[in-house]
Ligand binder design. Structure first.
Ligand SMILES: [Zn+2]
Length: 488
């Protein structure tokens, strides 16, 4: 090696050497016994807060190692009596990681089902940023049953409590036939996610999170022979038997959106109702996919065995909590098939009172037809009077042709009780003007030409086109919103 090259190597490798030494020190302070994981100070350690689940991070690996230890303490279940399967008309299919048992009549779909469950494993590893080789020896026994009776005789259900639809009992998962192939597969993957998370992350707390993740990841789609988990459904017929989205939409129409704190407190007993699954799914879907929060969600599984995972979630969101709640209400208010998280990200930068707003010409801002709520940058004040208007034309997406529209929208199609394409307006109030029962985006009005507007509270003005989130990115053009303060 030449002297110059050698000097260059030293400069390049010295920082790396220091970095490795630094990591070595961190590794030496990691907990070695399970007791540390019940110790709040471990979880409140600055290093534990700033780690990344995507890297070969010592904190991440220590948590995974602890859950592996807990896995070894799982009880030994009654062996499944294989000798009586034929007599009980139960078929057994063997895959790489899954043994699938069913007493349902053989169909082409069921004959291939064990491979679908096997294919779920790499998808779960991808979602949780885990190495597939870690799961080389992973095994699950999966049961799809027309009734429990025959399976009880095999010993498979020994130790499992009574259940209505499905249950995850350590490394055994059970589902009672729901008559839809898709929904049976959905429920089996739901239980598979529970077993996977229990084994990998050591616990299933909080309940809303483990149920929400199981629901969200179980929503699946095949593209050719490739299985995808954690999908956002494109249309109702894509997910036969899955009714959670309609339940949410009904609650939104009836102004019955549960407070975030209510979802956080869901207990096992609450899961006797389907509605709790729906709201847990919505919250997990929101956290997993929202560009602002998916990095936070990625850490949640690792916090499940901490004494208070919800405190970790609150710490991660921290001062952004009011905006987090506002984003959540925006999401559930518009939740629909093909929901587009990228097109609906909201910028909450507080608006200003521009000097032009008081002039005769007033001020204006552009409202693109391909976005959700757009921050106008304009601050309006309670008690003042404004004259509003809009100009311009947009094109709304339709599978046959683009439909021209102005700020009044189109009369032949209604969304959320208003013409599609109509210009909507809402104020995001300043914290001092927010009432205790304030629900973000609930006070949404339309912008009519020459409309006089007297805000009840001060805040930043937001605008959007009335359209479903799935259509937004395919719309074209923008409207121009005009506002002028009246000198009364
Ligand atoms: Zn569940």
């Amino acid at each position: 090696m030449s002297r110059r090259l050698w000097t260059l190597s030293v400069f390049l490798f010295l920082p790396l050497l220091f970095a490795l030494q630094g990591r070595g020190e961190e590794i030496s302070v990691l907990p070695e016994t399970s007791a540390h994981y019940n110790n709040k100070s471990f979880w409140d350690n600055e290093r534990t807060v700033t780690w990344s689940p995507d890297l070969r991070d010592p904190i991440r690996n220590a948590i995974l190692e602890e859950s592996r230890k807990r896995r070894r303490q799982w009880p030994v279940l009654t062996p499944i009596d294989q000798s009586c399967l034929a007599e009980l008309k139960i078929r057994r299919y063997t895959g790489k990681h899954v043994a699938f048992y069913t007493d349902l009549p053989a169909t082409e779909y069921l004959d291939d089902f064990v491979h679908t469950l096997d294919d779920a494993l790499p998808e779960l590893c991808k979602h949780f940023s885990l190495d597939l080789p870690m799961f080389e020896d992973w095994h699950i026994d999966a049961f799809l049953m027309s009734s429990k009776k025959a399976f009880e005789k095999t010993g498979a259900l020994d130790g499992a409590p009574d259940f209505q639809f499905g249950y995850s009992h350590y490394d055994r998962i059970f589902v009672i036939d729901q008559k839809y192939d898709y929904y049976n597969c959905f429920l089996l993957i739901h239980e598979l996610v529970h077993s996977f998370m229990h084994e990998t992350f050591g616990a299933l707390n909080p309940r809303w999170y483990s149920e929400g993740m199981a629901e969200s990841l179980a929503l699946h789609r095949f593209e050719g022979n490739t299985l995808h988990l954690g999908i956002i459904p494109r249309e109702k017929k894509e997910t036969p038997g899955f009714k959670r989205l309609e339940t949410i939409q009904k609650d939104v129409r009836n102004n019955a959106i549960p407070a975030m704190e209510t979802i956080f407190r869901y207990s096992p007993d609450d899961y006797r109702l389907n509605v709790t699954y729906s709201w847990s799914w919505a919250l997990a879907l929101f956290l997993q996919n929202h560009p602002k929060y998916k990095g936070i969600e990625a850490k949640m599984p690792y916090y499940m065995m901490s004494p208070d995972p919800m405190a970790r979630l609150r710490n991660m969101i921290s001062t952004q909590w009011p905006r987090f709640i506002a984003d959540w209400y925006d999401f559930v208010g518009w939740l629909d098939y093909c929901y587009d998280f990228e097109a609906t990200v909201i910028d909450y930068t507080p608006g200003n009172v521009s000097s032009e707003i008081q002039n005769r010409q007033g001020t204006a801002c552009s409202v693109p037809a391909n976005k959700g709520w757009v921050n106008s940058g304009i601050r309006v004040e309670a008690g003042k009077t404004y004259r509003l208007g809009s100009t311009g034309r947009i094109e709304l997406y339709d599978s046959r042709q683009m439909v021209p529209s102005e700020a009044g929208g189109v009369s032949y199609q209604y969304i959320k009780g208003r013409p599609r394409g109509i210009l909507l307006m809402s104020i995001f109030p300043e914290s001092s003007d927010r009432k205790s029962d304030f629900v973000p985006w609930s006070d949404t009005t339309t912008v009519n030409a020459n409309r006089i507007f007297k805000p009840e509270y001060s805040g930043t003005l937001f605008l959007r086109i009335n359209d479903t989130p799935g259509n937004l990115s395919k719309n074209r053009g923008s409207l121009t919103f005009h506002i002028r303060q009246e000198q009364i």
